[in-house]
Design a protein around this ligand. Structure first.
Ligand SMILES: Nc1nc2c(ncn2[C@@H]2O[C@H](COP(=O)(O)OP(=O)(O)O)[C@@H](O)[C@H]2O)c(=O)[nH]1
Ligand SMILES: Nc1ncnc2c1ncn2[C@@H]1O[C@H](COP(=O)(O)OP(=O)(O)O)[C@@H](O)[C@H]1O
Length: 299
């Protein structure tokens, strides 16, 4: 026999059910944010149609729970996928499900333990070199690619460790023989490029690779290898970035000015990247990048 309750009992029960549903959705969002579940797993569960908290979660909430996807990027993704702002995961049409599935597959990788190619780029003096050196020294499981460059070595730089220092003829040969995964002229001065061989060998062996290169190079890598993860390193503020550039003292005032002009253009490109990491603290920023590489931390 169906139960008949006085209206206020129904209202209380409905309010309690709404609170329980909200809590369950919040738990789902937390599990994605702390990476104990992937967003794709949540979506697949919703699409099995059992009506749990996964299916009543809004797509916007699911996407913003994914580490590195803020509200602005999530809105951009939804627009690209043709999903209206208020849509719930369980209420998506077949085509929307296919598009969201493909997006999450690419974003989260088929397996979280798979070796990854991560590209770290960002404006001048944000600390790219400092963060990647910290990773090289503390996370031996990551291969930090050594670039070839036509610039002269600075005092203390070692050929083969910091860069392969080559002349223009050798750089031309590397390009002609397709030995570079990407290359670019940086700050209108010298050419820099990533040797393809060591990157391919490391990925084939299941090791993750980190490239610390400029933004033009990052774009080329994404075109050649769409599964690469692009990370944009951000300064805590513009003023702090200027302080770091000036404090480093390796460029003349004219060169600093030129780099700051380039930095404005580069900062405008941050939305092209998959993740943004703020370099307020070197060890913390490095850990965030390493998490994206999906390698176990050094003990
Ligand atoms: N495209 C590309 N850029 C690179 C490569 N290696 C280094 N760079 C970039 O070249 C720029 C200048 O590097 P560097 O001469 O070491 O100067 P610093 O970064 O100012 O200390 C930086 O933005 C690097 O990220 C590379 O292999 N390819
Ligand atoms: N998190 C940080 N806090 C304070 N200073 C930093 C931080 N990261 C880097 N720096 C300093 O900022 C300057 C620029 O860093 P660097 O790694 O040379 O930048 P990039 O390689 O991006 O040009 C250096 O003097 C470095 O010691």
């Amino acid at each position: 026999m169906p139960r008949v309750n006085p209206p206020e009992v129904d209202r209380v029960a409905a309010a309690q059910a709404a609170v329980a549903a909200r809590r369950a959705r919040a738990a789902v969002k937390r599990s994605v944010a702390d990476r104990s579940r992937t967003a794709l797993d949540v979506a697949e569960t919703a699409w099995k149609g059992q009506g749990g908290p996964e299916s009543t979660l809004r797509v916007r909430e699911l996407l913003t729970s994914v580490p590195g996807l803020g509200p602005v990027r999530a809105a951009g993704v939804m627009e690209r996928l043709g999903i209206a702002d208020a849509k719930r995961v369980g209420g998506l049409g077949v085509r929307q499900r296919v598009r969201l599935r493909e997006f999450l597959l690419e974003r989260e990788g088929a397996s979280p333990e798979r070796a990854r190619l991560v590209v770290l780029a960002g404006p001048t003096a944000v600390g790219k070199g400092t963060v990647s050196t910290h990773i090289r020294d503390n996370f031996p499981g990551v291969l930090l690619s050594v670039s070839a460059t036509t610039r002269d070595p600075r005092p203390g730089e070692i050929d083969g460790k910091h860069y392969y220092f080559v002349d223009h003829a050798e750089f031309d040969r590397l390009i002609a023989e397709d030995e570079l995964l990407e290359w670019a002229t940086v700050h209108n001065q010298n050419r820099y490029g990533t040797p393809r061989g060591p990157v391919d060998a490391a990925l084939d062996a299941g090791d993750s690779v980190l490239l610390e290169i400029d933004i033009q190079g990052a774009r080329q890598v994404k075109r050649a290898m769409p599964e690469a993860v692009l990370v944009f390193l951000l300064p805590p503020s513009w003023e702090e970035m200027v302080r770091r550039l000036v404090g480093r003292g390796t460029e003349s005032p004219e060169e600093q000015q030129r780099r700051l002009e380039t930095a404005k253009v580069e900062l405008a490109a941050q939305d092209e990247f998959d993740h943004a990491v703020v370099n307020d603290d070197v060890a913390r920023a490095a850990q965030e990048v390493v998490d994206l590489l999906a390698v176990p931390a050094a003990r």
